[in-house]
Design a protein around this ligand. Structure first.
Ligand code: NOJ
Length: 597
């Protein structure tokens, strides 16, 4: 496929900015971010060069999993605001020429949703079959066991919860309080579409980020997962319950509605390592999803049996590059589409994970990653705070008690239970992993102003003379050094660089957004060098990135080696370091882009 033949769409060239409502901006001083807070920052977001905002769940919820446990799709979690506030946010987003996507969380609900309350009430409830209920199994000695050995996604426990009242287990792939909906039931599906999708499409939202989209259809016999962790009865089972047999039928059904509204979708696609399988979701012909999030890149360095069972920086640059190559390969010669992201609300900060967050390197690291991302093909996603180069909260000034996320706390408690609360070696290891990988890092309130109280998270309320409460999560200890206000007018800031890179990406969209990616040195442990090129003659770009804290030299490849034998010139067009290094040299964490023409 040539670049010109690749089908161009507005959403392929778009930059999507992801917002986590609890932690973005608090307008009323209660210490919790809210919808009016988001509306108040729309001009800032638009000024970055953003086309679409994606709002993480703002629906009514008991917040066991920060809104991914929804108790009512048609209402708003009160501390965030009201449906009317949401309507205002939608209108104001559109007024600035941007679009808005919501999070569509329909694999499960909260156990406080009216549907589940009815379902669990009795075996004869008309909604019993709306969730996945199964009888117990019994061991030869008569011990009651869950229907299979699946482990849930948080902590190390079973994915099944026993209900004493009705003497059955229900399935929850995530927290106990997040029962899985039964997608086999057509009536349930209809209710999901009406309540979670149409209610908001009728209020003018432009699309959805679809949570755990490949888990709706479970294999009918619910088979056991292979044993990979003999220390526990519960095994990771993602490869079994993801991508079940009716997935594409369900997505086709959803698309009838989405198409009617012209809504776009990006689906989360965990546990799908096979590119051909991924393509079934994003091939344009298949009409399933516009885009997917593959996890190859953000999973780099994570533990094999449990994400936290690892040590910081447990990967090499070739591992990282291979993962990027996988996502870039998705569009090579296909009609599929890809996404570019290094951060979201489930990931620790990319500067800390993939570069070096020590004070002398973190600005360089943030710019290097911004430049790299801007040159990769696919739709670009930026997570709140990424544009100012926020890093993980430091180990010494942010104790483990400050981590509130269910994922990290359950893991830490599991380690305590397994090894004992006084096992310092195991607990230190667990804390090191959490400090490196926890979702909490992305959820710390945004530091808008280092000089204001709590990093300026509730600045407007403070200015209005209101009593301002402590934010729901302890503020970032580095808020005084890394914040929006101090970067707004600084041309050398990470923020200024992101703005520049998003413009650069737009100006060279044919190559940067749509071009074919080729890694020139997959095995190099220090440098990442790749070209983006059209299939037929034309201009290409060469991107050279130094992922080390040392100065590096690189041998300039010939035009033939670059795959562009017809090219005559190598013209520097972008650098993270202001163009000081000559061709063939890179400062620590420097990135450079050359036009090949
Ligand atoms: C993926 C979401 O991104 C994550 O935050 C959530 O915990 C799970 N799905 C369950 O909805």
């Amino acid at each position: 496929m040539t670049v010109t033949a690749r089908d161009k769409q507005w959403w392929k060239q778009a930059v999507v900015y992801q917002i986590y409502p609890a932690s973005f901006c608090d307008s009323n001083g209660d210490g919790i971010g809210d919808l009016p807070g988001i509306t108040s920052k729309l001009d800032y977001i638009a000024s970055l060069g953003v086309d679409v905002i994606w709002i993480c769940p703002m629906y009514d919820s008991p917040q066991v999993d920060m809104g991914y446990d929804i108790s009512n799709y048609e209402d708003i979690y009160r501390p965030y605001g009201t449906v009317q506030d949401m309507e205002t946010l939608i209108k104001e987003t559109h007024a600035r020429g941007m679009r808005i996507m919501l999070d569509l969380v329909i694999n499960h609900t909260s156990d406080q949703h009216a549907w589940f309350k009815e379902s669990r009430a009795s075996k004869d409830s008309p909604k019993r079959d709306w969730y996945v209920w199964r009888p117990a199994k019994y061991s030869p000695t008569g011990e009651r066991l869950p229907p299979n050995n699946w482990r849930c996604n948080f902590g190390g426990g079973s994915a099944w919860e026993w209900e004493e009242e009705t003497q059955e287990y229900y399935l929850h792939l995530f927290a106990t309080e997040q029962p899985d909906l039964n997608w086999e039931n057509a009536e349930t599906r209809k209710a999901i579409y009406a309540s979670a999708m149409e209610f908001w499409l009728d209020r003018d939202v432009d699309g959805f980020r679809v949570d755990t989209v490949n888990m709706y259809s479970k294999p009918p016999t619910l088979p056991d997962a292979p044993i990979v962790d003999p220390e526990t009865p519960y095994q990771p089972a993602g490869l079994i319950y993801c991508n079940g047999p009716r997935m594409h039928e369900f997505l086709t059904e959803m698309n009838v509605i989405l198409e009617k509204y012209g809504a776009i979708t990006v689906g989360e696609l965990p546990c799908t390592p096979d590119t051909q399988r991924v393509l079934k979701y994003v091939s344009a012909k298949a009409k399933q999803l516009n885009m997917v999030f593959q996890f190859d890149v953000v999973d780099v360095g994570m533990g094999k049996t449990h994400k936290f069972e690892t040590t910081p920086r447990n990967f090499t640059l070739p591992d990282f590059k291979a993962a990027i190559d996988l996502t870039q390969a998705l569009i090579r010669g296909t009609d599929g589409w890809s996404t570019v992201f290094l951060e979201n609300h489930d990931q620790a900060r990319s500067v800390s994970r993939f570069t070096d967050d020590r004070p002398e390197y973190r600005v360089r690291g943030a710019k290097l990653l911004a430049l790299m991302e801007a040159c990769l093909s696919g739709t670009q996603y930026v997570y709140q705070g990424q544009e100012i180069g926020l890093v993980n909260v430091p180990k010494d000034s942010y104790p483990v008690e400050n981590y509130l996320d269910i994922d990290s706390s359950l893991f830490y408690n599991m380690v305590k239970e397994r090894y004992g609360a006084d096992n310092k070696v195991e607990l230190d290891k667990a804390f090191a992993a959490v400090q490196y990988l926890a979702r909490d890092h992305a959820r710390v309130p945004i530091p808008w102003n280092g000089k204001a109280k709590y990093g300026g998270f509730s600045e407007a309320a403070e200015k209005a003379g209101k009593e301002v409460a402590q934010p729901w999560m302890k503020p970032h200890p580095l808020a005084g050094e890394i914040n929006v206000a101090s970067q707004l007018d600084d041309p050398d800031s990470v923020l200024a660089f992101w703005r520049k890179m998003l413009r650069f990406r737009r100006d060279h969209a044919d190559l940067l957004v749509y071009g074919d990616f080729k890694d020139l040195c997959p095995q190099d442990k220090d440098l990442f060098m790749f070209v983006k090129e059209p299939e037929h003659s034309g201009e290409g770009v060469l991107v050279v990135l130094n992922f080390t804290t040392e100065e590096q030299t690189w041998a300039v490849p010939s035009f033939a080696e670059l795959g562009m034998p017809h090219a005559r010139e190598l013209v520097p067009i972008m650098t993270t370091h202001g163009g000081k290094s000559p061709v063939g040299q890179l400062a620590a964490f420097e990135g450079q882009v050359y036009l090949l023409k």
